[in-house]
Design a protein around this ligand. Sequence first.
Ligand SMILES: Nc1ncnc2c1ncn2[C@@H]1O[C@H](COP(=O)(O)OP(=O)(O)OP(=O)(O)O)[C@@H](O)[C@H]1O
Ligand SMILES: [Mg+2]
Length: 133
Amino acid sequence: MAKVITTTSAETETFACAYAKTLRPGDVVLLDGEMGAGKTVFSKGVAKGLGIQEEVTSPTYAYMNDYDGRLFHYDCYRIESVEQAEQLGLADYFDMGGICLIEWSQNIAPLLPTDCKRVRIRKISETEREIEY
Ligand SMILES: Nc1ncnc2c1ncn2[C@@H]1O[C@H](COP(=O)(O)OP(=O)(O)OP(=O)(O)O)[C@@H](O)[C@H]1O
Ligand SMILES: [Mg+2]
């Protein structure tokens, strides 16, 4: 895996914007990292890179936000069981041709496709982040 270090959220967004160009329709990307690491900031950058105009906001309460069928942005932090995730139909979007970005994917691990990409964001300090991709 390659690594980059960013020192501002704007830099993380810019990096994610470039990273988005390496993605293909249907890619499922697991965004790992502790709370406040920058997973949602990264997602905003990916959306920009995909040319999505709509502002990306944290889908904590909705579990998944659909941006034109081109980007599905998940936040599974509050998912309580795999059964709940199944009932919500969260797995239905994995093969619809859009790019899936998934925060807290460990909560839906049994539902994930086998060939996911992974991005890990690690907090080094208040403003520094190490991004492995
Ligand atoms: N280099 C950096 N890259 C990204 N975010 C940074 C950086 N430096 C500081 N931040 C701040 O860290 C926070 C990251 O918040 P963000 O909502 O993206 O985290 P998250 O990983 O999605 O957390 P959660 O698991 O709660 O959803 C923001 O307040 C952002 O401004
Ligand atoms: Mg988030």
